[in-house]
Design a protein around this ligand. Structure first.
Ligand SMILES: C[S@@+](CC[C@H](N)C(=O)[O-])C[C@H]1O[C@@H](n2cnc3c(N)ncnc32)[C@H](O)[C@@H]1O
Length: 281
């Protein structure tokens, strides 16, 4: 049995297979539509925070963006370099990049913003994202409200590789108080030759949406929370615990945001009012 404290290093070679159900193409199609709607900076320079193996970088480069990725795992970045050779890749912590007015679009997907821990580090990540955006640029990320995190939840995925069976477990543990959210990850590979296991534990940041909105506003962002639905862009109705955050760095000119409608969309007007409320609380 092999144990390690750096699972993303060991996981890098398997990561894409465990994420086979993630709709990266759909997320990026949404992102470029949302970017067109919310941005006013005029360019297409793009940075993906916690870029992992570069799936978003690949799709966004196909939409014409000049792509850069940041991650603190050398092994994940090695996968990204193979997938998107044209990408500029930065081995860096989420709370440590120091570009200034370099990007029109910054993203951070799969709830990876919560890897900035503790809350003061998350604040620093927001400040750095704001500084790295050009005026009129947009920071898009998804987030979960601490109130919606069950005390303990484990997801298990299995796949076969040759004569081996791989099992991937990820579990969130949250006490219900404070900002410590434990993510426990593990892989087990079972074959005729025996069994190997990798285990890792990350401390992530649990945060309430009200606090997140406050931090974003204090940082200088104009913020819109959207429903966590990559098919239809519409304002958050204020009830769900998962959102897509559009955080815009104001530019001198006024910009009118647009929304899409869907059969299940509730009253957009009502939701827009909620959005305005959420921006002023
Ligand atoms: C769940 S994966 C998401 C990867 C990618 N965004 C995706 O959607 O597939 C989380 C990524 O965040 C990176 N990561 C975790 N903590 C980080 C930190 N403090 N700074 C930079 N990257 C970090 C990990 O190395 C990993 O690649």
């Amino acid at each position: 049995m092999l144990q390690t404290g750096n699972l993303y290093a060991d996981l890098a070679g398997y990561y894409d297979r465990f994420c086979a159900d993630v709709d990266y193409a759909g997320q990026c199609a949404f992102t470029q539509r949302a970017f067109a709607c919310f941005s006013s900076s005029g360019g297409r320079d793009y940075l993906d925070l916690a870029c992992g193996t570069g799936q978003h970088l690949l799709h966004m480069s196909q939409y014409g963006f000049v792509v850069s990725g940041l991650d603190n795992s050398r092994d994940m970045l090695a996968q990204a370099a193979q997938r998107v050779p044209q990408a500029e890749l930065l081995l860096c912590d989420l709370a440590a990049f120091d570009q200034v007015e370099a990007f029109d679009l910054i993203s951070c997907f799969l709830y990876s913003i919560h890897y900035s821990h503790p809350t003061t580090a998350l604040e620093e990540t927001l400040r750095r994202a704001w500084r790295a955006l050009k005026p009129g640029g947009v920071f898009i990320f998804n987030a979960v409200d601490a109130a919606g995190i069950a005390a303990s939840r484990t997801i298990q995925t299995r796949l076969t590789e040759g004569d081996s069976e791989l099992s991937f477990r990820s579990g969130w543990h949250y006490s219900g108080n404070g900002d410590v959210l434990e993510l426990v990850l593990g892989i087990t590979r079972t074959s005729a030759g025996g069994r190997d296991s990798w285990h890792d534990r990350h401390t992530m940041t649990a945060i309430r949406f009200t606090q997140l909105q406050r931090l974003l506003r204090t940082t200088g962002f104009e913020t819109t929370f959207l429903e966590h639905d990559y098919e239809t862009m519409r304002p958050w109705d204020g009830t769900g615990f998962n959102v897509i955050v559009m955080a815009c760095k104001p530019s001198a000119g006024k910009h009118d945001y647009c929304f899409e409608s869907s059969p299940q969309a509730t009253s957009v007007k009502k939701a827009e009012q909620l959005f305005k409320l959420s921006n002023t609380t």
